[in-house]
Write a protein that binds this ligand. Structure first.
Ligand code: SF4
Ligand code: SF4
Length: 192
């Protein structure tokens, strides 16, 4: 039969020699390979958290709830991110903006409570894709490990970005050319 590759070997049933029957040569070969790897300087293990592996700008890590240029929360608590979430990790409670709160929330409705269960989240990015207000983005930040389960319910205090402009989370690299073009259109200015 025609062999598929040139790696095939013809199996023989020849009798082993006395030396082969002791298995010593092959044991020595195996030990040599083990020793060679043992003294190798280059180690594949990354010593996290002292050393961090470089991550892509579009790495899907911890979410951020964005504010607009005037510092108002962009989320209008429409719930689209929650219904698009395959892990059902997002919950929220809506509230109506009161008079005098226009500087806090961009729309008449806002999320009084917004929670993401990071233990359920599979970091698929569907919430980011579903959001019509460009309010939620995944970022290159890592969700820190913990011994307890409760700290993994992230509320608004962990999700909403700081109001100070110099402390905002930069998500520009996550925006595709199509999104940037969309944002440049005057008639969609309410989504900026
Ligand atoms: S990244 Fe995916 S799993 Fe995580 S909250 Fe968003 S939609 Fe849900
Ligand atoms: S983050 Fe976006 S999709 Fe989710 S509730 Fe807020 S506005 Fe709607």
């Amino acid at each position: 039969m025609q062999p598929l590759t040139n790696r095939s070997k013809v199996v023989s049933n020849k009798k082993m020699t006395l030396v082969e029957r002791t298995y010593l040569p092959m044991i020595m070969v195996g030990l040599w390979i083990t020793l060679k790897h043992f003294f190798r300087i280059k180690r594949p293990t990354i010593q996290y958290p002292e050393v961090e592996r470089p991550r892509s700008d579009i790495y899907r890590g911890q979410h951020v709830l964005k504010r607009d240029d005037q510092g108002r929360e962009r989320c209008t608590s429409c719930g689209l991110c929650a219904v698009s979430c395959p892990a059902e990790a997002i919950t929220m409670v809506s509230a109506e903006r009161k008079k005098g709160e226009e500087h806090l929330y961009r729309e008449e409705k806002y999320a009084a409570v917004y929670e993401i269960n990071m233990l359920r989240c599979i970091f698929c990015g569907d919430c980011e894709d579903a959001c019509p207000k460009e309010a939620i983005f995944l970022t290159d930040r890592i969700v820190q490990a913990d011994y307890l389960r409760m700290p993994f319910i992230f509320g608004k205090d962990e999700l909403v970005e700081p109001i100070e402009k110099d402390k905002r989370v930069d998500v520009t690299k996550r925006q595709t050319p199509a999104v940037i073009k969309f944002k440049q259109q005057e008639r969609f200015a309410h989504n900026r």
